[in-house]
Design a protein. Structure first.
Ligand SMILES: Cc1cc2nc3c(=O)[nH]c(=O)nc-3n(C[C@H](O)[C@H](O)[C@H](O)COP(=O)(O)OP(=O)(O)OC[C@H]3O[C@@H](n4cnc5c(N)ncnc54)[C@H](O)[C@@H]3O)c2cc1C
Length: 526
């Protein structure tokens, strides 16, 4: 085996958080970073794929939080990289709710049901908060309601709770950045923004990232010249960490060493056994990791020979009210194509695509079955809504975020009632291991901007720690230098300067990230 490659910092994962952390470090003079990415691409959960002749976003599709008192940093990046986005208005979705006989529910009933569902959600939250304040047991309050809901209630409940709820109330994204959402509608994909960001600090040529510090499979598996023996993705499988540094072993037997590590893998990966920690992570860390929920959110793309669904302003989204909660409920006209928008129609004429969103249990269920079965189910739902004569879909794309071992889900969801300790434990470092990723963002977990800001914050925290370590090292060297005459007098002349330095090292206190004292290795974790 070659001798291990050594650097100041290893970053595991080249999603938005890992790349943002790398940028902070490199811009501040820490040039010798190594980024290990398991897959054949950067971007992680920001991921486009060609389908039906266009490029679709399998992962993040929206910039959430626009139009508020502050500029969403991801919108800022998007503007700087000339990413094309369009305003996305969900507010009309609830007026296009179809029952199983193809009838649209009347507005009055929709308004009434919507109001009732919102009120019941608010009451539940208030009840939880009261119970929490009183130190009560609130486990049964979070259980699904026992009373049978009607299909329309289930459809509205689904869009209120499962569809897009990666944050706990109050929703900081909306408070800080505004309540509007912009859909990325760019053939280069959302990931173009990341390439542009990475370009500032990593070497690129002809639009490709060629920097040797970024280690991933540079030839996509689908490409004819792909040789799995030559240029493997760097799947981290074991992580040894101590007071003096970290060592990483990858699946293909490479070894990397560094003074510090930033781990940006998802909460789902941390909950899985993909990476072995040696010594194991302390209990406060593993408990926080296990406590965090993972949402599975799946956008299924269907390509048709022609459009058979209604088009026009306010009809970009429609719901299917079924007696099974979350069963092919939320539909939209193809994510980055929106043929009903005049300007998009001109850009991508005739995409003829629909997207249906499934979550959690339903996502896992369809991941486990064949795409043909999923296609049949989706077609049956569409026939209920639009009649038996609609054309068969020509193709289907079913992303599998849950079964992807480098993701194990779509995004984190903090427990409804999460105390400060939980939030701190999720992100606090363990000795020389720093944790980042959307799940470590106290205010914006779940979102692209959460990942981006978490990466920046972790990068800065590590810089601070490196500075402190430098100060500690020079202090102990000075002390050793001052001690030399004393040691000579006491006859300990055989003691070398290094021995003197190491004998002076004191036990360093337990880390305290949030108080601004980013600490160093703990000997005893629990
Ligand atoms: C379907 C879907 C829809 C979404 N929609 C939106 C949206 O509209 N708007 C929004 O703001 N957010 C959305 N999100 C969430 C958003 O995509 C994420 O919050 C964000 O991209 C997470 O970035 P990250 O850097 O924390 O993690 P990731 O992007 O997951 O990066 C982690 C990286 O680590 C790599 N990795 C994992 N294990 C290993 C290993 N053992 N060794 C080496 N590398 C490893 C992974 O391959 C990955 O590249 C969505 C996510 C999904 C899946």
């Amino acid at each position: 085996m070659d001798s291990p490659s050594s650097s100041s910092v290893i970053i595991v994962g080249a999603g938005v958080s890992g790349l943002s952390a790398a940028k902070v470090l490199i811009e501040n003079g820490v040039e010798d970073v190594v980024i290990l990415e398991a897959s054949d691409r950067i971007g992680g959960r920001i991921r486009k794929q060609d389908f039906g002749g266009v490029s679709v976003e399998l992962g993040a599709g929206w910039i959430v939080g626009v139009g508020g008192r502050e500029l969403n940093p991801v919108l800022d990046l998007a503007l700087k990289s000339n990413l094309r986005t369009i305003f996305s208005d969900y507010s009309n979705a609830r007026y296009n709710i179809y029952d199983r006989s193809g009838k649209i529910f009347p507005r009055g009933l929709v308004e009434e049901t919507y109001k009732k569902e919102v009120e019941s959600a608010v009451q539940k939250l208030q009840k939880l908060k009261k119970l929490e304040a009183g130190g009560g047991d609130f486990s049964n309050v979070t259980e699904p309601p026992t009373t049978q809901k009607t299909p329309i209630e289930l459809a509205i409940d689904f869009t209120l709770h499962d569809f897009e709820m990666p944050e706990v109330e109050p929703i900081s994204t909306f408070l800080d950045y505004g309540e509007r959402e912009f859909l990325v509608a760019d053939e280069r994909g959302y990931e173009h923004m990341l390439y542009k960001m990475a370009e500032d600090v990593l070497f690129t040529s002809e639009g490709k990232l060629l920097d040797s510090r970024l280690k991933f499979n540079k030839v996509p598996e689908s490409h004819p010249s792909h040789d799995s023996k030559l240029d493997l993705g760097q799947v981290v499988r074991e992580l040894q960490h101590s007071r003096s540094g970290v060592t990483v072993m990858t699946e293909d037997g490479c070894v990397f060493q560094a003074n510090y590590m930033i781990l940006s893998v998802s909460i789902g990966v941390l909950q899985s056994n993909l990476i072995a920690f040696n010594p194991p992570l302390p209990r406060w860390k593993t408990e926080a990791i296990q406590k965090c929920d993972v949402i599975v959110y799946t956008k299924i793309f269907l390509k048709f020979p022609y459009k058979f669904w209604p088009c026009g302003p306010g009809q970009e989204f429609f719901l299917y009210a079924h007696e099974r909660r979350g069963y092919y409920t939320f539909w939209q006209l193809a994510a980055n194509l929106l043929p009903c928008h005049q300007h998009m129609e001109n850009a991508y004429p005739g995409s003829n695509m629909l997207v249906v969103t499934l979550t959690n249990g339903e996502s896992k269920r369809v991941e486990a079955q064949s795409d043909k079965e999923t296609l049949n189910e989706a077609m049956a739902a569409l026939k209920d809504m639009f009649g038996p004569d609609i054309p068969e879909a020509a193709d289907i794309l079913v992303p599998r975020w849950w079964n992807n071992r480098f993701q194990r889900g779509s995004y984190s969801n903090y427990p409804m009632i999460s105390d400060n300790q939980f939030v701190h434990d999720i992100k606090n470092p363990v000795g020389r291991l720093f944790f980042t990723g959307e799940h470590t963002s106290e205010k914006f977990s779940g979102y692209v901007h959460g990942g981006h800001l978490a990466g920046i914050e972790t990068g800065k925290a590590l810089l601070e720690e490196m500075e402190k370590e430098k100060e500690r090292t020079s202090e102990s060297e000075n002390q050793a230098f001052l001690l030399e005459p004393l040691l000579a007098l006491t006859g300990s002349l055989s003691l070398t300067q290094n021995d003197a330095v190491s004998s002076l090292k004191c036990d360093i206190p337990k880390r305290s990230y949030l108080s601004g004292k980013v600490g160093i290795a703990e000997l005893c974790y629990d």
